[in-house]
Design a binder for this molecule. Structure first.
Ligand code: MOS
Length: 721
């Protein structure tokens, strides 16, 4: 690996600069930070899905040697800002979901804290709850609610929302642009279509499951709260936590140099951080540490809400779409409304004269969902891309030809021209590399070898080109010839420390080894989160701006101590539709006797602008695709609605792919000669790898077996007949 030559850092496959300290164990994560006088917090969790704590007896816990404090709603300090229900920890006796924090023990050791938490006795007045996410036979939301239970959104409310009065449904049209049609108009268009697909697809609750659990270490000193936190963004975390305690953001210092994955679950502040900060304030001079257990994470760190997607496509005989209708219901929680907006992809993927999409929350007594890799796009592309495969079969058109036929000349949602839509190039290159032409036969269930059916499938990928302008960076030249580059960016395992070093080296015109990045601390210049695939490009823009300002001020031969800080320029606003695209190709084999599905081969082809580092970029792509294999085949949070709990809340029962599940997997990308000037010509790539991956696998499973599976994960029993 080159360490980067002068002016040649971007595009080099520089190895991870923090790889060695991570492997050696010298990279310190939040829980491992050396702190004076650590104390250990273990939470007490509600064992009912809804109701009230009527008695909580902490006597036995408090009497235990080594216990410092036991907090409940009866003695916990009052929080100041009360907007976010998820964070109002121990503020009342109310229970809004099973697993909610109702108390906490802080002790001299984690073992004592955990033991003492088990000694807390709780009596409840349970209330009726509804934790069952389902639809009725016709794809409508199940009324399924006893009196007083979650209200459902009516058709009239949907129409009002489409008219733009309500935030729950995506209206889908800026003023003057093609409006979404009414349900009656869509039904008329579907009735007139030569070919129609009308199917319902479902995705289950899926969990972010980063390897490092959600972890907080809180210390109060002279009115300043210091948090060592596993977070995707120190400044957003600071902004989220400070108001709860009546603090200004700068009174909370957040330090997070290494994060063991987040996948969206560490974007928002979660309750364990509030609990740790609260307990630390009650214990002056002590550092209070909490790390959620894997089981606790399933109720306290968010998840991708399950979806039910009713997809209707109308087309001419040759597959040209005449109508696209997608109606999604997504689980949300009573405590805090959150939906992903999984109707999003249907609004901009393919051309169609008639279009209507809705996304409705179903509010249940369940843990609070949150962001998860490619929110909205990931789940939404499953239904849409399997439906497109069904349409291809119905019209006897090759699935790639079908997509060529429905390529929109402008963004169907906004009417804007595309800034860089290379979907067809991705499909074409992938088809060549994957040997698509030699798919055994267009007909399914054509190839059986050694007891395994095999087949190939394809699906499109997309992700928006987001970027955030509110970023700054500071550069200082040291006597030893090093440029110290400071920005409060996050390294969540993606390689950001490495690629930011490359960007800084390129912008400063020095070798990468002359740059030292300092990130992950709220005392550094302001940075947005590692999320939305916009981390590298948003932080990188600030670094490039700072490097240019530094050169202007200090020249190419600066004196030691020379320092400059600069802000990124504003967002690019070029009136074009800015989305990245890609294509997934999968070959699967399905065991004829057992229904076991294996992904024999998978190729992703992506168009994401300039690649800053081919090593970390490829890791992000195949990481997303691997997560897509998990989504396709394994991941399934199983809700027991009687108790409002996910029963398979550990890695034994909630399986994510291991090396044994992954066979031949690769990712390639397009060269984009017209990569926009912007700052770097790069776009995000952290999320697009999972979008459409599960659909490609489901489509391949259909081609292998002739069985169309519409519910994730694809269970072996679906393929046994
Ligand atoms: Mo991602 S869900 O924006 O971390």
């Amino acid at each position: 690996m080159s360490t980067g030559l002068r002016g040649q850092s971007i595009g080099v496959g520089l190895g991870r600069l923090d790889g060695v300290p991570k492997v050696r164990g010298t990279a310190l994560y939040a829980y491992e930070q050396p702190v004076p006088q650590p104390a250990y917090l273990y939470p007490v969790q509600a064992t009912i899905a809804r109701g009230t704590v009527v008695r909580i007896d902490t006597g036995a816990a408090e009497a235990l040697d080594g216990v410092l404090i036991v907090l409940t709603h009866l003695n916990a300090p009052r929080l100041v800002d009360t907007k976010d229900q998820e964070l109002l920890v121990l503020q009342s006796a109310a229970v809004g979901f099973r697993g909610q924090f109702i108390g906490a023990v802080v002790a001299e050791s984690s073992e004592i804290a955990r033991h003492a938490a088990g000694l807390v006795e709780v009596a409840y007045a349970p209330a009726p709850h509804n934790s069952a996410f389902s639809v009725g036979e016709h794809g409508h939301i199940s009324p399924g609610s006893a009196p007083g239970l979650p209200r459902q959104v009516s058709e009239a409310e949907i129409e009002a929302a489409i008219a733009g009065e309500h935030g729950h449904v995506s209206p889908g049209s800026a003023p003057g642009l093609p409006r979404q049609v009414s349900e009656a108009e869509i039904e008329a268009a579907l009735a007139a279509a030569s070919t129609a697909v009308d199917q319902t697809y479902t995705t289950p609750p899926e969990y972010n499951v980063p390897m490092e659990p959600h972890t907080s270490v809180a210390i109060w000193n002279d009115g300043i709260l210091t948090m060592y936190e596993s977070t995707q963004g120190v400044h957003s975390f600071q902004a989220g936590l400070a108001p709860l305690f009546g603090l200004e953001p700068e009174q909370v210092r957040v330090i997070s140099p290494y994060v063991g994955g987040g996948f969206g679950s560490k974007i928002e502040v979660h309750a364990q951080a509030v609990l740790a900060a609260m307990a630390a304030r009650e214990l002056p001079g002590r550092a209070v540490k909490v790390a959620l257990t894997r089981q606790q994470m399933f109720s306290l760190s968010g998840y991708r809400p399950p979806t039910i997607q009713h997809v209707r496509l109308g087309a001419d005989l040759d597959g040209t779409l005449t109508a696209v209708a997608v109606d999604v219901v997504e689980q949300s929680s009573r405590m805090k409304e959150f939906t992903e907006g999984s109707d999003g992809p249907a609004r901009m993927m393919y051309a169609a004269p008639q279009r209507r999409t809705t996304n409705r929350p179903v509010v249940l007594d369940v843990p609070v969902p949150t962001w998860m890799r490619a929110p909205g796009r990931c789940a939404g592309m499953f239904g849409l891309e399997v439906a497109m495969d069904e349409l291809a079969v119905a019209c006897a058109v090759d699935p790639i030809a079908l997509r060529v036929r429905n390529e929109p000349p402008v963004d169907p949602e906004t009417g804007q021209p595309h800034a860089f839509r290379h979907l067809l190039d991705c499909l074409q290159l992938g088809a060549e590399r994957f040997d698509w032409e030699h798919r055994a036969a267009p007909a399914p269930r054509a190839r059986l070898q050694h007891g395994w059916w095999s087949g190939m499938g394809v699906a499109s990928a997309t992700y928006p080109d987001f970027r955030v302008p509110d970023n700054a960076a500071r550069i200082r030249f040291e006597a030893d010839g090093t440029y110290v580059v400071q920005i409060a960016a996050a390294e969540i395992g993606t390689g950001s420390r490495t690629v930011l070093t490359q960007i800084a080296a390129e912008a400063l015109g020095c070798p990468a080894r002359c740059v030292r990045m300092e990130i992950g601390d709220s005392s550094l210049p302001r940075a947005s989160v590692a999320g939305g695939s916009f981390g590298t490009i948003s932080w990188g823009a600030a670094i490039v701006a700072a490097a240019e300002a530094f050169r202007d001020q200090h020249g190419a031969d600066p004196r030691p101590g020379a320092e400059t800080e600069a802000h990124a320029p504003g967002v690019i606003d070029d009136d074009r539709s800015r989305h990245s695209f890609g294509a997934h190709f999968a070959e699967v084999r399905v065991n004829a006797a057992t229904g076991e599905i294996r992904v024999s081969r998978m190729l992703g082809v992506f168009s994401v602008g300039r690649i800053i580092n081919p090593v970390t970029a490829r890791s992000q792509f195949i990481g997303g695709m691997t997560m897509g294999i998990g989504m396709a085949l394994h991941e399934h949070g199983v809700m027991d609605p009687r108790f409002g709990t996910i029963v398979n809340h550990d890695f034994a029962d909630y399986h994510i792919p291991t090396c044994a599940d992954i066979e031949d997997i690769d990712a390639i990308w397009l060269e984009e000669p017209e990569a926009p000037p912007g700052v770097l010509g790069a776009r995000g790539l952290g999320e697009i790898g999972i979008v459409g991956a599960a659909a490609a696998i489901a489509n391949a499973a259909y081609h292998a077996t002739g069985v169309r599976a519409r519910n994730l994960p694809l269970a072996p029993d679906a393929f046994l007949s």
